[in-house]
Every structure is written in structure tokens, then in C-alpha cells.
Design a binder for this molecule. Structure first.
Ligand code: BGC
Length: 744
């Protein structure tokens, strides 16, 4: 049983029960089913199918069921056990049911006795840190294949809420603070998922950027700033993936709830972006019948979480009385069915029990984890460790057993069970889960002749004594966060700052390995020579960590988010809302607008602990020949990257653009990047094509993007702080792009 928020189910008995529908007279199976003709396009097919449906059959598509026993009633029998959702099909017409599973890191399970044990990718932030579009696609393709093999044809992934607050408990599911990076990476992940004929659900639309008070809060933002930040990330992800579905979020946006917000659903998503798929609500995010239906919601998800089965009998009544047009219901169903046809869900039916190659999928997860690890600090090249090291002290973080995962609906239960049992919380959004991939074991395998000792880190003085006797000390620091919770501060929990300081005091060769949900403060940073950010590294995280520590893999991850030096640098040093009163109504005023993350830091002149884009390597890279040109109406930036060190590695050259005349929300924006693999001494020419919307300001009254005439500085650098930077300026003419960013 799982309670994810405080909404009480008013009366399950009032629901639009499946059995009641089943009792309605079912018309005969038609002799012809022209909507199954693949020669027709998905829209034509969906129109034909809806025409053949009874009103009752249509209604079944627009309200789905939680796939788990909600406690107050029984799980609907047809749903896959402990799954997120189920929407009945219309078998008479050859239209299969929808089986829905979370989420962006792999096939998750609702808690209970029959969890599915599956492969988990590292966290979304880890994938984003690869800055590698192909890696994002490969990860999506892998988890989508497991969804299909598990009997699911809808995956509730991927999340692309921008990191406006590093303490947001769900940052680990998302892709950081920059709309271009986050939108592109998540777009590729969704594309990978959908390559399996599985519908993917872009979420949480929109501005569910903190968990505290998520069911009530009103996220307030200037509309143009919204278009250039959170909405831009969603828009790019949608364009690049053609995601079949979008999940509206719990919170309100500038007044109305997201799932009955006509501006969001009708104006932005369906009209401006031309979205042809369907909008599903988050579980417990539907609040009405008429407003939700007329303002753009197409499917009430997990309706047991809502106060009422709004899209059941009440919708039927609303249509009868004319407050919701019949055409709206038809449109909802057309959108769902056209997505099923377009994504190949009808032609490729799912079945539980498909084969899963866990070794192969674990390797995909491991590679993503390796390429997403960010070497934050490496003084005196203390890393990589030599295989000949004699004694290694491993301290804390349950590194003897496994690697940490984040909590909530995205949690993928590990094959073989939880590597560390009994930790709190053990109920939603727990259990606190460790994947069975022990860093200790993997480190021993890398250095078979070394003496490797483990101390659990609960006593800093004892840990220091153990560290003092070793050649090198590796402190594993963890921060567990999860859905429905925000971190209360940037500090590592459980006295780990004191542990690290104590170990560093005893051994000058102390390396901190972080397993965390998002940016943390590091009061001990000056005392340690090396820090490796591993995020939540997933199913094969222990092996991935050992491979990076020993240089089997050269780290190439770069931060997808700024690490603040302290909370005082944030737009909201204290988050809005009171975690102890989750049903209190309040507003979060996103007055920073589009100046999110590094843009805010630039604007305020704050020096972060680590800048956006930062990431070290065991080799070095140099840039030359930076130039730019306009070609086919697009700005192209060219340069050469050379590996100037002595080992192979991958670089992430980043291009930032700053207006010299035009006025933007912040001094610069990320305009593009590449991920380049280079042998020692090797060079490659790189060309980055700049997304035109990144050069413009959105004008809400004309719904256009305006690029101001004048000079712009293009900076090529290794991070947002300008490390290794060179720059050129370019003259751009004034131009206006339509609402979708196309030249007019
Ligand atoms: C989460 C969604 C998830 C849904 C279904 C909600 O609590 O916000 O991201 O897809 O549950 O489990």
C-alpha cells in the first residue's frame, strides 16, 4: 500500500467501476475494422475507431486505474501487479489495453510483495552529465525494452523539470538546470524508449520544480520567462522525441492547477507546439470534470488518487448537459488512439514474461554511469589510483554492499533485492534502496594485491584511525532524497561532513566519492585533494566507480547544474512552503524567471562552488580555430579540439553566447556543445549548430521569438565559468521566429 500525498479518496464506491461498464450491453464485433489498416495514417485510423465506439467505450479510455491495491479497495484485476496504471482497451475493436509503468530510470514497481527486479540506469542527472545524446538514447532504448518485456506499453518517462532549486527531492529524476541540455538529453531518452513501440510520457508539465507543497502550491512566473526556461526544455524534448504523451503536474501554474490549465494545455502545448498526443494527469492531479476536460486534460490517471472519478460518470453527465462538448470527449479518445497507432502499440502487442538480458542491460547502465561521473577535483593528479597501491581504506556509504538509489515512484527494484536492508524510511517514498553493486568488491577486483579495509564511517575518530594507516582513503558520502520530499539544506546528512573532515585530517590522500540526489555543500573541500561525483550510479554503479577511480575509464562527465557555495546564493535561500504542512496553500514566486542556475549566478555575480559544465579528465584538451558563420539561416560555430595529454579521453567543449547589445535575462546562455572522443595527440574539427530560440527573447503578446540585431560574443570553454575559453564575436541581423522557433 502506498500513500503518496494527503488527498483522501472520498468514495471509491462512487467510482466509475470497471464491472459496471462491463455489464453494459457490448455491441457485436464489427465485420470490418478499417482502423487496423496500416496504410492509413494514425489520425485517420483513430477517427475511424472512435466513430465505431459506443459512448461507454469512449469513456473507458479517458480514466485509468492505479495498478496497485490502493488500500481502500481492490486493485483492478486486469492491471499488471504493482504497476503504476492501467487503461482498459476495446477488445471488440481490436484495441489493446494500456499498461503503464514508471519511469525514467527503468521499470519501477509500486511497493508490495511482488516487485519486478529490473535494470536501473543511473539517475537522470548522471545521464545528463554525460552530455552525450547517444548515451541518453541508448539508456532509453534499454529501459524501454525492459518495459516491453515486462508487459508494459506506456512508460511514464522522462522528466524534464528544470533544476530551479538544488534541494528539490526529484532533481535526480531530471536533467539539470539548462533548457537546451535538459530538453535535448531527455528528448533522446524518450526517443530511445519509444523505439520499442512503447509510449513515453514527458513530465511533469509544468513547473513542479519543488516537492514541498506540490499538491497545492501555485508556481508563479512571467509567461515570457516561462517560455524561455521550463517550457523551452519541454518544447525541445517534445520536438526531438515526438513523445506520445505529456503528464500534467500536481501544482498550480499562475492560478489554475496544471491539469486544468488552459494556457498550459490548450494554448502552449496543443496550439503553439502542435502536440497531437494525449495529456495524462499525474496520480492525484485531477481536480475537476468540466474545467479539466475543457481546458485540455485527455486522461485522468490513477483516478483512485483523486477526490473523485472526475472522468467517469461525472463526465458522461457533463456531456449530457452540454457543459463538456461531445467533440471534446471524441478528441480525447482520438488523441489516445492516434498515439497508440503512431507508436506501434496496436501492431506490437505486449506480453509479460519477455526475456531480459540483464548482463547486456547492466553494461548499458554501467557505461552511462561511467560517462556521467564528474571528476570535480583532482589535485596533484591523485587519481587515477595505481593498481599497485598497497593499502586502501574504504569508509562509509555502505560501500561494502552497494550503491544508493533515489526514492519514490521512479525507484527500480534491484535484481537480487536491496543490498542494505532495514534503513529508514522503509515506507513511501522509501524504502531506502541500495543496488547490489559493491564498490568495495569492484575496487578489490581492480587492485587484487592491495589490502582493502572497510570502516562503516559511523565513528569519525575510528574511521580516521583506519584511514591513517592506508596509502589512500576513499570516503563514500551519501545523500538520500526522494519524491514528495525536498532536502532541507545543501549539507550532507548524518554527520558526514565531520566524517570527511576527520578522515582528511588523518590521510592527505583522501578521495571523496559522492552518491547524491543533487548539488551538496562541501565545507571540507579545501582539505581533500579529490572529489568524484557519481550521483546515483545505478545497477552497475560499484563497477563504474572502480573503473573511473583506477582509470580504466577516463571521466568525462560535466555538471548539468551549478553547485552553489551556500544556500544564500540561491534565488530562494529558504524554500517557500512548510514541509510540515503539505496541504497549506502558498505561492512560489519564480521571480528569477528564465535566469535559472548559472544564469542566476552570472546575473548576481555569485561565485559557485563548482560551475555548470565543470568536469575534469585524466587528460587535457585544447581548443583552436574558433570561427562562426551563418549558413541556411542558422548560426554555426566551428573549432578544433585536441587531446594534449597522454591518455585517451572524451571532452565536452561548450559554446556560450552573450549579447553585447541586446538585453537578455542573464549575461549568457549555453548555445551548444559536443562530446568528442580523442586519442592522445589526436584532433577533431567540431561544428555546433546553434538552436535559434537560444538567441532570442520570447515576446508573449505576438507569440514570437525575437533575435535582436547586433553583436554577440561566442565563448568556447570547458565550463560556464570560462575555463580554457576563447571567443569570437558575430553580428546578427534582427529576425523574428514563429512560436515554434522557425524563421518566418
Ligand atoms: C509521480 C509520477 C508518477 C506517478 C505514477 C506520481 O507520484 O509524480 O511521476 O509517474 O506517480 O506512479
Amino acid at each position: 500500500m502506498r500513500f503518496r500525498h494527503l488527498t483522501v479518496v472520498a468514495a471509491l464506491a462512487a467510482a466509475f467501476p470497471l464491472c459496471a461498464l462491463a455489464a453494459d450491453p457490448v455491441p457485436a464485433e464489427p465485420a470490418q475494422k478499417p482502423w487496423l489498416d496500416r496504410a492509413l495514417n494514425p489520425d485517420q485510423r483513430a477517427q475511424l475507431a472512435v466513430k465505431a465506439m459506443t459512448q461507454q467505450e469512449k469513456l473507458r479510455w479517458v480514466m485509468s486505474y492505479f495498478g496497485n491495491d490502493f488500500g481502500a479497495g481492490k486493485k483492478v484485476a486486469e492491471a499488471l501487479v504493482q504497476s503504476a496504471g492501467y487503461t482498459p482497451g476495446t477488445p471488440r475493436l481490436g484495441l489493446p489495453a494500456l499498461f503503464e509503468t514508471d519511469a525514467g530510470l527503468g521499470v519501477a514497481s509500486q511497493s508490495g510483495p511482488k516487485v519486478r527486479e529490473r535494470t536501473s540506469l543511473p539517475s537522470g542527472l548522471a545521464t545528463a552529465s554525460t552530455w552525450d545524446l547517444k548515451a541518453a538514447y541508448a539508456g532509453g532504448a534499454m529501459i524501454g525494452s525492459e518495459a516491453r518485456a515486462s508487459g508494459f506499453n506506456v512508460m511514464l518517462a522522462g522528466g524534464v523539470n528544470l533544476m530551479r532549486d538544488p534541494r528539490n527531492g526529484r532533481n535526480f529524476e531530471y536533467a539539470g538546470e539548462d533548457p537546451l541540455l535538459a530538453g535535448s538529453m531527455v528528448g533522446q531518452a524518450i526517443k530511445g524508449i519509444e523505439s520499442n513501440h512503447v509510449i513515453s510520457t514527458l513530465k511533469h508539465f509544468a513547473l513542479n520544480d519543488q516537492e514541498t507543497g506540490r499538491n497545492e502550491l501555485d508556481a508563479r512566473i512571467d509567461k515570457a520567462a516561462f517560455r524561455m526556461s521550463d517550457l523551452l526544455a519541454m518544447e525541445l524534448a517534445l520536438e526531438q522525441s515526438d513523445a506520445g504523451s505529456v503528464m500534467c503536474s500536481y501544482n498550480r501554474v499562475n492560478g489554475p492547477y496544471a491539469c486544468e490549465n488552459s494556457y498550459l494545455l490548450n494554448d502552449v502545448l496543443k496550439r503553439d507546439w502542435g502536440f497531437k498526443g494525449y495529456v495524462m494527469s499525474d496520480w492525484g492531479a485531477t481536480h475537476s470534470t468540466v474545467a479539466a476536460a475543457n481546458n485540455g486534460l485527455d486522461q485522468q490517471s490513477g483516478h483512485e488518487f483523486d477526490k473523485s472519478p472526475y472522468f467517469g460518470g461525472a463526465l458522461l453527465e457533463a456531456i449530457k448537459t452540454g457543459s463538456v462538448p461531445q467533440a471534446r470527449l471524441d478528441d480525447m479518445v482520438v488523441r489516445i488512439l492516434r498515439t497508440m497507432f503512431a507508436k506501434g502499440v496496436v501492431e506490437n502487442p505486449v506480453k509479460e514474461g519477455g526475456a531480459i538480458d540483464f548482463a547486456k542491460n547492466g553494461a548499458v547502465s554501467r557505461q552511462t554511469a561511467e560517462d556521467g561521473m564528474v571528476l570535480l577535483k583532482n589535485d596533484n593528479r591523485i587519481l587515477p589510483l595505481a593498481k599497485t597501491v598497497r593499502t586502501i581504506a574504504i569508509i562509509g556509504g555502505h560501500a561494502d554492499a552497494g550503491v544508493l538509489a533515489g526514492g519514490g515512484s521512479s525507484l527500480v527494484y534491484p535484481v537480487g533485492g536491496n543490498a542494505v536492508k532495514g534503513l529508514k524510511p522503509d515506507v513511501w517514498p522509501g524504502p531506502v534502496m541500495f543496488h547490489n553493486s559493491s564498490p568495495l568488491r569492484a575496487i578489490r577486483a581492480q587492485a587484487p594485491n592491495a589490502k582493502v579495509v572497510y570502516d562503516d564511517g559511523t565513528d569519525p575518530a575510528r574511521a580516521a584511525r583506519v584511514a591513517g594507516q592506508a596509502d589512500v582513503a576513499l570516503v563514500f558520502a551519501t545523500q538520500w532524497v526522494g519524491e514528495a520530499l525536498d532536502a532541507t539544506s545543501l549539507a550532507l546528512p548524518d554527520n558526514q561532513d565531520a566524517l570527511i573532515a576527520s578522515v582528511a585530517g588523518a590521510n592527505a590522500r583522501t578521495v571523496v566519492v559522492l552518491e547524491n540526489g543533487g548539488p551538496v555543500a562541501m565545507p571540507w573541500l579545501a582539505k581533500v585533494p579529490a572529489v568524484l561525483e557519481t550521483w546515483y550510479p545505478g545497477t552497475s554503479g560499484g563497477e563504474a566507480i572502480a573503473n573511473v577511480l583506477f582509470g580504466v575509464v577516463n571521466p568525462s562527465g560535466h555538471l548539468p547544474a551549478t553547485f552553489p557555495a551556500s544556500e544564500s546564493q540561491l534565488p530562494r535561500p529558504t524554500p517557500d512552503g512548510d514541509p510540515k504542512q503539505p496541504e497549506m496553500q502558498f505561492a512560489v514566486n519564480y521571480t528569477e524567471g528564465a535566469a535559472v542556475g548559472y544564469k542566476w549566478f552570472d546575473l548576481k555575480g555569485h561565485k559557485p562552488l563548482f560551475p555548470f559544465g565543470h568536469g575534469l579528465s585524466y587528460t587535457t584538451f585544447a581548443y583552436s580555430g574558433l570561427s562562426s558563420q551563418m549558413k541556411d539561416g542558422r548560426l554555426h560555430v566551428r573549432f578544433k579540439v585536441t587531446n594534449t595529454g597522454s591518455v585517451a579521453g572524451k571532452d565536452v567543449p561548450q559554446v556560450y553566447v552573450s549579447p553585447l547589445a541586446a538585453k537578455w535575462e542573464a549575461p549568457k546562455r549555453l548555445a551548444g556543445w559536443d562530446k568528442v572522443a580523442l586519442q592522445p595527440g589526436e584532433s577533431k574539427e567540431v561544428e555546433v549548430t546553434v538552436e535559434p530560440r537560444v538567441l532570442g527573447m520570447f515576446d508573449e503578446s505576438s507569440r514570437t521569438w525575437r533575435i535582436g540585431k547586433g553583436k554577440y560574443k561566442l565563448m568556447l570553454a570547458q565550463d560556464a565559468a570560462g575555463t580554457g575559453a576563447s571567443s569570437v564575436t558575430v553580428d546578427l541581423p534582427a529576425s523574428t521566429l514563429d512560436v515554434r522557433g522557425r524563421a518566418r
